[in-house]
Ligand binder design. Structure first.
Ligand code: ADP
Ligand code: ZN
Length: 820
């Protein structure tokens, strides 16, 4: 007996809106004629509070749980935007990162296919010949008729002012001059088709071609020489023939012309031939553990802890080969793709024609095509930046995250997800293997590996037993005597001279992330920190004071260093340009390349600059953190770090962790070729554990740091939420933050959560907005998530009651990687 499924006549719809109160499914009736078309993941138009709104179907039922549900107005003619698995992933993201579900859906939707509902006004009948009765009304009608009778409300608002236009349109509509309608914007990207010419079987008859006029014969010869298929435009430009000749050939049935969809491929430079290396024992061991897991088809997480130059990429590649053999797909995340073209090339060359590349620098059409190629199963390996994690890869077998410690894996716009954590959820749902690779693993991953949640695979040495570079710390307190501290110490200058005269290359690194304005003792190198928060203090020239950006406590700048009681406190900061000038003065005639925000404004500037350096056109590369990662240039034997202390001065509990990661990563650029490398690090605090560890004792340093995190209740031992309150009004921002803190105190009672602040955010004013923040620490995010959302809801209710309160915004960043 065949039972037909019961008709699913009601749909649960999530409204496309950032408003928290609307973040729940609403029930709509499915019109009978649309029943087959509505699926989970369908994009629909639904009536919602007096207008049409875009929505996403998340469930189908045969019974409504509400009386007289409204009907779906229209089902958009699109394949479903997401499947059940993506929906589950989005639900996790929305729940963990405290964002509306509709916003999480944007992560998994086809790129460039997002739509918006816009309101339009159009002239009704003979409107323009009548008198509107008001000056503004007349102007609106004139504008409309000039624009051909129709304009979006947004356009009219811009032209005449948002405040007055809506009521005027209402009046015009009441009097029958205009009508309103809702319409969808067009998607930014769509499939592209090109005309393709194909030779028919008849074309293989040589005698038929002999009789053709010369022009037509040229076309046929060219076409056959190209294997019988070519784009029409290319064929015409190669032969200089006209469309008319093609037409008559088509009439003679020697060829056919048809539109075909093409996939736009981003240009990535030539894929250098990547050798298939025989794995060394450490690699072989790691590969075996990972491929065993792949074979078993059970979700596992591996932490691939391998020093710089230990050959981690080869491990990913081998594991992916195994995954592909089993008919499964792979996703590889790299931190910032535009800075690591080399890595992309290595995957392309090992998996020719199977790799899709997804990153932010693609055009909308290119990105859509890469994405579509993945969904259609054409590409089985995705290499990309953070958002490539959401590629629609079916039968996922592995996710590999290279440089897993990189903060760029955390999104800085809502949903503020961390790719590493979401990858773990996705891999678990798919029964896939997750490999996290780094020479400087995050403390999160180290802690999870210790707890047994991840399996740690160690690769302790470089390929071919090449030595890790030797590190020398230069104590800057001893350099320069009583006068100004020089930017470049004697040992640094000597090392540069020696490298250059040996014909080798050097990289000089200046960390500028974070603050130039911190105070450091010139005698002992101490950086002042908050006695309650374990973060360093920021110097504010306005008011000449120091401030803790966690708890808001203020200090006067001391006359002498409170730590050694002797040295004067000095303010710090230096730029790449000054470094360049000093090196040029010391080594005249040597070619330098400077890479920083100023020299890399044009689209492919970094590729060109790095290409020139790799090709040996310059001997010294000077740069900011953009040169710290991934570079594998065999000629580099010296790495110089101008000031190791800048990252330590960040008002962030991760300052030490970041310092060790950054210094190890930049150092790792030296001595990757046949000649051994050397690293010179200038510092005012050579005894600081993060810096001292560079010359040995790294394990002990990490151990001590992790213990102190645990003692002070910091991640990874608690979940942290950074709540930012912004307002264009200084007083409103401060007052709102105080009020929110009170609400949180009440709402989080009994949960064991710790609330810190409010304090001005380290970036206390940004794009015209005053910023305050509050930190919440909790041992159990799941327990406080709903309460935090409610607290923010209650805060907004309150904010609407006072002047400027409408402009106050609250955002929450769960597991923040930066507290700026
Ligand atoms: P990591 O990512 O760990 O810093 P890479 O994967 O970039 O290291 O490898 C460093 C260099 O060693 C690369 O040039 C790579 O081609 C090469 N390499 C990797 N594995 C082997 C091997 N088994 N034998 C020889 N060379 C290798
Ligand atoms: Zn403090």
């Amino acid at each position: 007996m065949i039972v037909s499924p019961a008709p699913k006549s009601y749909a649960e719809v999530i409204i496309d809106s950032a408003v928290r109160d609307l973040d729940r499914p609403f029930t709509y009736a499915v019109p009978t004629e649309e029943e087959g078309k509505v699926q989970v993941g369908s994009m629909v138009l639904v009536p919602f509070s007096g207008r049409l709104s875009l929505g996403y179907v998340v469930g189908l039922h045969d019974r409504a749980d509400v009386a007289n549900a409204k009907s779906i107005a229209r089902v958009l003619d699109e394949p479903p935007l997401f499947d059940f698995d993506s929906q589950r992933l989005c639900s996790w993201i929305a729940g963990h990162y405290l964002c509306p579900l509709s916003q999480a859906f944007k992560l998994v939707m086809p790129p460039g296919r997002g739509r918006k509902v816009k309101q339009f006004v159009y002239l009704a009948g003979a409107g323009d010949s009548l008198c509107a009765g008001s000056e503004l009304g007349e102007q609106i009608l004139a504008e409309l008729s000039q624009a051909g009778g129709e304009l979006s409300v947004d356009t009219l608002k811009r032209k005449f002012g948002a405040g007055v236009v809506m009521s005027e349109i209402g009046m015009l509509e009441g009097a029958g001059f205009v009508c309103r309608k809702f319409a969808l914007t067009r998607p930014a990207a769509s499939a592209k088709s090109r005309l393709v010419v194909r030779a028919t079987p008849a074309a293989s008859d040589a005698s038929a071609l002999e009789k053709l006029p010369v022009r037509q014969r040229d076309i046929m010869e060219e076409l056959l020489a190209r294997g019988g298929i070519e784009f029409q435009s290319d064929l015409l430009s190669h032969t200089g023939a006209s469309g008319a000749s093609l037409k008559s050939l088509a009439k003679k049935e020697l060829l056919e012309v048809a539109g075909e969809e093409v996939l736009r491929r981003p240009w990535l430079g030539s894929a250098a031939e990547e050798e298939r290396h025989t794995p060394n024992p450490a690699q072989a061991q790691a590969i075996e553990r990972i491929t065993d897991a792949v074979e078993s088809g059970v979700h596992r997480v591996f932490l691939l802890d391998g020093v710089t130059g230990s050959g981690k990429t080869e491990v990913y590649i081998r594991a992916i080969e195994k995954v592909l053999e089993r008919g499964k797909g792979a996703i590889v995340l790299v931190p910032e793709i535009s800075l690591t073209p080399q890595t992309v090339e290595r995957f392309e060359s090992r998996f020719p024609d199977q790799v899709a590349v997804l990153h932010s620098r693609l055009g909308p059409g290119e990105r859509f095509d890469q994405w579509r190629g993945v969904r259609e199963g054409r590409y089985r390996v995705v290499v990309g930046a953070r958002s490539a994690l959401f590629a629609p890869m079916s039968d996922l077998g592995i996710i590999a995250i290279d440089e897993e410690h990189e903060p760029s894996y955390k999104s800085d716009t809502s949903p503020r997800y961390h790719a590493r954590d979401v990858a773990e959820v996705r891999a678990r749902m798919a029964g896939a293997v997750l490999v996290l690779g780094s020479a400087t693993p995050s403390f999160e991953s180290i802690t999870r590996a210790r707890a047994g949640a991840y399996e740690r695979l160690v690769m302790p040495g470089r390929i071919d037993n090449r030595p890790l570079p030797e590190v020398e710390l230069v104590d800057m307190r001893r350099s320069g005597g009583a006068g100004q501290v020089p930017l470049l110490s004697r040992p640094m200058l000597d090392a540069l001279s020696r490298t250059v005269s040996a014909g080798d290359q050097a990289i000089i690194f200046l960390n500028r992330r974070g603050f130039a304005n911190y105070m450091q003792c010139h005698a002992c190198g101490a950086i002042m920190g908050c006695d309650e928060c374990e973060v360093s203090l920021c110097y504010h020239s306005r008011g000449h004071m120091m401030l803790c950006h966690h708890c808001g406590k203020r200090w006067a700048v001391p006359e002498v260093c409170p730590s050694c009681g002797a040295g004067p406190m000095k303010q710090f900061g230096a730029g790449t340009q000054r470094v360049e000038e000093e090196i040029a003065a010391h080594l005249p005639g040597v070619n330098l390349i400077r890479m920083d925000a100023d020299t890399t404004t044009t689209k492919d500037a970094h590729w060109h600059l790095l290409g020139a350096f790799r090709a040996g056109e310059a001997q010294i590369l000077i740069g900011t953190q953009m040169i710290a990662k991934g570079l594998d240039i065999p000629g580099v034997t010296l790495v110089g770090v101008i000031n190791a202390d800048t990252a330590l001065a960040l008002p962030d509990f991760r300052a030490s962790e970041r310092t060790y990661q950054l210094l190890t990563q930049v150092s790792g650029r030296a001595g990757r070729g046949l000649r051994p490398g050397r690293v010179v690090i200038q510092t005012f605090t050579p005894e600081h554990p993060a810096i001292r560890a560079m010359t040995g004792g790294m394990e002990a340093f990490i151990e001590a740091e992790i213990t102190s995190r645990s003692n002070a209740f910091y991640p990874p031992f608690v979940d942290l939420v950074n709540i930012t309150v912004t307002s264009p009004e200084m007083a409103a921002a401060a007052r709102s933050a105080e009020r929110l803190r009170k609400i949180l105190d009440t709402d989080l009672q009994g949960t064991g959560a710790i609330v810190l602040g409010p304090a001005p955010a380290p970036l206390s004013r940004l794009r015209g907005l005053y910023r305050w923040h509050i930190l919440v620490k909790s041992a159990d995010m799941e327990q406080i998530a709903a309460r935090l959302n409610e607290a923010v809801g209650r805060f907004y209710d309150y904010a609407h009651t006072f002047p400027h309160g409408k402009d106050v915004k609250v955002s929450m960043d769960v597991d923040p990687v930066s507290l700026l």
